[in-house]
Design a binder for this molecule. Structure first.
Ligand SMILES: Cc1cc2nc3c(=O)[nH]c(=O)nc-3n(C[C@H](O)[C@H](O)[C@H](O)COP(=O)(O)O)c2cc1C
Length: 178
């Protein structure tokens, strides 16, 4: 039974082909002090599970020149089965800005736009300044922010820890302080 002091729960759904997004998900869960975070791999978790949570984090890497990660691609039609309008949703993406500068983090943008169009309240937007890329579908209309935390474990792995920590502090205020 959850009493008044039970920590708020977050459902963190991620897809990951070579484990980088999975590891980032674990680091984000560890950095979100005061929350109970359930790590859910979309390869083995029906997307309808998202409906158990009011607070969600979605993690997605971009693959193959601006394409969705394969497990997210398989689950894509099921996005329609979630009641996004009742949720606050933060997203994070994995990408490689040096290797794929014209498609950096595109999948993050596709996922953010689908859930926002279905009524989700997006939180966790992240400044685009300081990254080096030529094009991204993951930017806000004014181009100043990514639609979620942009991690690059290929070219900027040394920046990830500080980015995760700062983003999790930001989420604590945007999700509501635990
Ligand atoms: C074949 C291949 C294609 C990729 N295509 C893109 C891309 O179009 N855009 C991008 O930002 N990153 C791209 N990446 C980088 C991946 O997103 C990055 O390696 C990520 O950490 C993979 O996450 P995962 O291990 O969770 O699947 C690509 C990587 C590979 C190996």
């Amino acid at each position: 039974m959850s009493g008044p002091s039970a920590p708020p729960r977050i459902g963190l759904l991620y897809g990951s082909s070579t484990c980088y997004t999975e590891i980032a998900a674990e680091r984000i869960a560890a950095a979100l002090e005061g929350y109970e975070v359930d790590l859910l791999d979309v390869a083995s978790t029906p997307l309808a599970t998202a409906d158990r949570y009011a607070l969600l984090i979605l993690g997605i890497p971009t693959w193959d020149f601006g394409e969705l990660q394969e497990d997210w691609e398989r689950a894509w039609p099921d996005l329609a089965s979630v009641d996004w309008a009742t949720k606050r949703v933060a997203l994070f993406g994995l990408g490689d800005q040096d290797g794929y500068p014209e498609w950096f983090q595109d999948a993050l943008g596709y996922l953010a736009r689908v859930v926002a169009a279905r009524g989700a309240r997006l939180v966790g937007l992240w400044p685009a300044a300081g990254y080096r890329f030529t094009q991204s579908r993951a930017l806000t209309d004014d181009g100043n922010h990514f639609l979620g935390l942009a991690l690059d474990e290929v070219g900027e792995f040394d920046l990830s820890e500080a980015r995760i920590r700062a983003w999790c502090r930001q989420l604590a205020s945007e999700f509501g302080q635990p």
